[in-house]
Ligand binder design. Sequence first.
Ligand SMILES: O=C(O)CCC(=O)C(=O)O
Ligand SMILES: [Fe+2]
Length: 450
Amino acid sequence: MDDFLTRGTKRGRASAQALTSDDEEESTDIKLAMLSSLFPNFGQEPLLEALLAHDGSVEEASASLVNDEPEPSKKLRLNQVVGYQATLRSFASKSSSAAERPASPKKAKLLSKKGETVHLYDPEDIAENTPCSIIHNFLPPEEANDLLREMLDESRSFRKITFKLFDNIVQSPHTSSFYLATEAEINTQKADYFYNGGRLKDVRRITPQLLRVRPKVEEAVNKEIQHRIKTKYPGGKKLKYQSPDSWSPNAAFVNCYNGPQETVGWHSDHLTYLGPRAVIGSLSLGVAREFRVRRIVPKDADNNPADDLDATGQISIHLPHNSLLVMHAEMQEEWKHCIAPAQAIDPHPIAGNRRINVTYRDYRAIFNPKHTLRCKCNLPAILRTVQRKTENHGRYFWMCHGGHSPGRESCSFFEWANLDDDGNPSWDMARYKKGIKHTRCTGNEEEPSH
Ligand SMILES: O=C(O)CCC(=O)C(=O)O
Ligand SMILES: [Fe+2]
């Protein structure tokens, strides 16, 4: 789920200095997410400007934005600008055109500068410059359309997630639902797994089309992982903390973006149940939208916090219908991603203004909350990594969920995570091995998940 949804107003004071400082800096993202939710007609830049102009006060920034909100006459008439693709302009000027590219088959790195967005369409450019790879026209066309139709139907009953930030109730800027293979897994999920300090209410049984597509995604993602390791990682070896096991998707979050203004704010996906160096297979269907990524730049105490929000600029990956984006092992720890609001979209013949996104995920058995460390509130702790601070950068830690839940204070639980090179936590392995049952989803078994 989306990290930006999970952070509450107050955090307990962790015993490690690195943690508190990391949290404070990330709160700019939360504030931006909150402003985005309150002012969906604004882009990220004016919201950030307003935040900076008011010393980070969401309340004051909101007050100033209320006066500036585009009047209906000034607003883009989205439905009347069909066919206009705002990003092509930037693409022409910023991305590496054929003429600029070196003759060698290995493409040059693109430099995305602070405040600028580089637009990428080509799979080779994407693999070279981002922590992702993409496969266009991934499924046979009819199969993609079948899944799209099925998910459009499902999405009629998707809901926005309501959450609390800074004493305000806000809603996620798109709708979603979560799919698992068996009733037993659904029950375990609802009882034991926590998101935003609470439990998921809408957990559904995997649908026939999601199930049909799953092995294809699994095969393709595993191939992409191996290719990435061979061609991009130091010494052709998997990253430290990356699992050596093959990627086995047993859960799917499905997002629906209805119209150009539905988005997801800047976030990294939770590691708590996926483990460190997680890989995610993300299938896009329907309307093409922009998926933006930016590298998280750790900073020292002297840096201006405003500056590092996009110190390296953003890279926009275009996600057309029937494309499979693989978010590789380096992504969640080192980069943030979002679905940006669009100025206009091309309606899709089946989906109209909607985009469906299926993120297939591998919920690792060893990260089942049954085994996870518990904080003093007796909730399974969450796994995070130091992202923004140079000190202890990249180190994993467990912390209390409490600060994320409306009305609940954190208990201040903090512990550095003890992970082996394959990313396995070092808790009571004897107990873990005894309890483990592998949760591969076949869709027709009813065994307990573990
Ligand atoms: O819609 C997308 O492509 C991304 C969704 C996402 O980032 C998420 O579900 O965590
Ligand atoms: Fe995400």
